[in-house]
Design a protein around this ligand. Sequence first.
Ligand SMILES: C[S@@+](CC[C@H](N)C(=O)[O-])C[C@H]1O[C@@H](n2cnc3c(N)ncnc32)[C@H](O)[C@@H]1O
Length: 296
Amino acid sequence: MDGELFSQDASVSWEELLSETTRRLEGDNAEFEAKWMIEEVSGVTNLHDYQEQAKPIQLKRLSKLIARRLTGEPLQYVLGRWQFRELDLFVDDRVLIPRPETEILVGYALEECKSKKNQLDETRSLNVADLGCGSGAIGLSIAREIQEVSVWCTDVSEGAIEVTRANLAGLGMAGQKVSISQGSWFEALPQEMLEKFDVIISNPPYISDSEELPLEVSEWEPSSSLRSGPLGTEDLSFLLNNSIEWLSAEGQLILELAPMQADQMVEEAKNLNFREVQLRNDLTGRDRVLMAKKPL
Ligand SMILES: C[S@@+](CC[C@H](N)C(=O)[O-])C[C@H]1O[C@@H](n2cnc3c(N)ncnc32)[C@H](O)[C@@H]1O
């Protein structure tokens, strides 16, 4: 099995391919990544009882995946999909790879949606906006995990809108609750929704222009998804200032941020008279989410 591609003629078991793929990928995560690739190509998650030999077309595909990964392309783009909460999302280099901290952000949003639903009269569903939807991770998860909700997913990037649309197609019936539109922040929302959002949620770009990022991030993920400007807090501040007129009377703004931005954003929210301003933690116990209720 030497050379660029696996030999297309040799009969080879998936177990052998797994160890060969691990060997070629090298690095700390090689075994884990090889397992993902083999599962993707074979369509099987438990190889132990799987007797089928790999077909030539599968060997060719596996070779391509390995070659792409060896160029430094992130595993998620190579596989073309990634798990986010209950969703198996299509991802490519037009969108940020959904992160574990954003799964936590969605968890807080779901708690908020559930408590708001208990307070609403039964004549209307909950209105939620996911601004800067990227792959659709946040908004589509909310549509999937909450009954009777209407979700608006928006992004300024045409590519991101296309990816969200593709992921919406995989949502089945829950997809009927989702509207998708392109535009910068609130410009993408219909005017009739002014003062009607029970929850506005965003994971905006929050990295400053000068902050260094790992090469796998800076060279592959869209910079427009990551960087906000010289300060890093430009988009967060914009969302705080401009969400007020779109929130319903008891509406909640939920923003993902970097831990080092937390105190400043709390202060900005308080200065704008947001109520019940709170920070919530990510999985590592660091401030990651700002929750704030519309000013009176
Ligand atoms: C950090 S990514 C988040 C993507 C996705 N929501 C997630 O959590 O995985 C930020 C997103 O904001 C979008 N964005 C950047 N500037 C924007 C703007 N002015 N208006 C709307 N969306 C914007 C980017 O295109 C990108 O998809």
